[in-house]
Design a protein around this ligand. Structure first.
Ligand SMILES: NC(=O)c1ccc[n+]([C@@H]2O[C@H](COP(=O)([O-])OP(=O)(O)OC[C@H]3O[C@@H](n4cnc5c(N)ncnc54)[C@H](OP(=O)(O)O)[C@@H]3O)[C@@H](O)[C@H]2O)c1
Length: 240
């Protein structure tokens, strides 16, 4: 396979948006490194252009294994999607220390460790793109869905997206984010979908493919960096 073929890394790729991203990048001809704690080589369906790397993104050794695998097997890193994330909605005073530690570990430490290693590789080649998956709750919290730790951690991703976009603007590395509304993934049990849809401006949940399309658009958008692209049926726009 030609070393001209682009390589994308997707964290949290065993299901939901991450699994959709793996398919989306493959459909565009990318080779893909797919990570999650439980991901198994069998998910590739025998596709030699998908490499799975098991591991917790909150552990810096996982970041080393992901980037080393991408470079050793595929020779380059073009795009990193920091998709691994957890969501624990609760009233603020009911959050435990374990909730706090878990949310920081996956949503923020996971971003930091993997992005730091990927950025080194991108800066070395003078080209690359990092996409963070955040949430519209950062800019439009919902009274019916208390989730302060989601805002605290994903708000950090929104902020660092702009910060790194400026730090790397002249270095060939773009940094963007996609900010989903409520999307139909295993994160939300099916029995909750109707109630959640009722909380959305468009009265429906988003589809995984709608997030994948946004990531793929950003990946081709050479003059776009520092963008937080909301794909949320209008949820960020105001009260409804
Ligand atoms: N669905 C929504 O409504 C929604 C809305 C806004 C934002 N988002 C964001 O979109 C992203 C994907 O969400 P989703 O709905 O697809 O979630 P999901 O269906 O729950 O899938 C989460 C994925 O992340 C992996 N993961 C969890 N902890 C991990 C860790 N420590 N290290 C590596 N991988 C880990 C899981 O696999 P393992 O269990 O194998 O690790 C799984 O593949 C998340 O960042 C989420 O916050 C989702």
């Amino acid at each position: 396979m030609s070393s001209e073929q682009k390589v994308a890394i997707v964290t949290g790729a065993s299901q939901g948006i991450g699994a959709g991203l793996v398919k989306g990048f493959r459909s565009r001809g990318y080779r893909v490194v797919a990570n999650s704690r439980s991901i198994q080589p069998s998910v590739t369906g025998g596709d030699p252009n998908i490499l799975t790397v098991e591991g917790d993104v909150g552990d810096p050794r996982t970041a080393d294994r992901i980037i080393n695998a991408a470079v050793e097997r595929f020779g380059r890193v073009d795009t990193l999607v920091n998709n691994a994330g957890i969501f624990i909605p609760k009233p603020f005073v009911e959050y435990t220390e374990a909730d706090f530690t878990a949310m920081l570990s996956v949503n923020l430490a996971g971003f930091f460790y993997v992005s730091r290693r990927a950025a080194l590789e991108m800066l070395r080649r003078g080209t690359g793109h990092i996409v963070n998956i955040t949430t519209s709750l950062v800019v439009q919290p919902m009274a019916g869905v208390p989730a302060a730790l989601a805002s605290l951690t994903k708000g950090g991703l929104d902020a660092v997206t702009r910060s790194l976009a400026i730090e790397y603007a002249e270095k060939g590395v773009r940094v963007n984010a996609v900010s989903p509304g409520i999307i139909k993934t295993p994160m939300h049990p099916e029995k909750t979908h109707a109630a959640l849809a009722g909380l959305q401006p468009m009265r429906r949940l988003g589809e995984v493919e709608e997030i994948v399309d946004a990531v793929l658009y950003l990946d081709t958008a050479a003059f776009v960096t520092g963008e937080i692209l909301h794909v949320d049926g209008g949820a960020h726009a105001g009260r409804w």
